[in-house]
Design a protein. Structure first.
Length: 131
């Protein structure tokens, strides 16, 4: 399906192996722009598998990871791979237990995405300032 532009997989209880398989399959979808992996209970391992697939997902414009368990270590992986997600315009991370970040930390992380238009972070209990 080389014309695939949007893939919606919310609420599928995807595990690390499934995300690895998704990453391998992404090379078949050069036009994929929108990936929705919301509400899959994704943890660090699944986020790591997604980041490993980043070379095949460099054309993504919208990534929805809302309602998972990305947490701070998973978000750090995403930020570290920001250059591989260079087309990203919309990143949804609401309700992901990003408890360790302050607003300043998140503003610094957002600088990695030049085209980012929307960064959704509601429901993460983000601190107003570094502690």
């Amino acid at each position: 399906v080389p014309e695939l532009q949007s893939l919606n997989l919310p609420r599928n209880s995807l595990d690390t192996e499934a995300v690895h398989s998704l990453g391998a399959a992404a090379s078949w979808w050069p036009k994929l722009r929108d990936l929705n992996l919301s509400h899959n209970s994704l943890h660090f391992g699944e986020v790591q598998a997604l980041v490993e697939a980043a070379p095949h997902l460099s054309q993504l414009q919208r990534l929805d990871l809302s309602g998972n368990r990305v947490r701070c270590d998973g978000f750090a992986l995403i930020v570290a791979a920001a250059s591989q997600f260079s087309q990203l315009q919309h990143l949804d991370l609401h309700n992901n237990s990003l408890l360790c970040f302050s607003v300043a930390d998140l503003a610094a992380a957002a600088q990695h995405w030049a085209d980012l238009q929307t960064l959704r972070l509601s429901g993460n209990y983000i601190r107003p300032a570094a502690v």
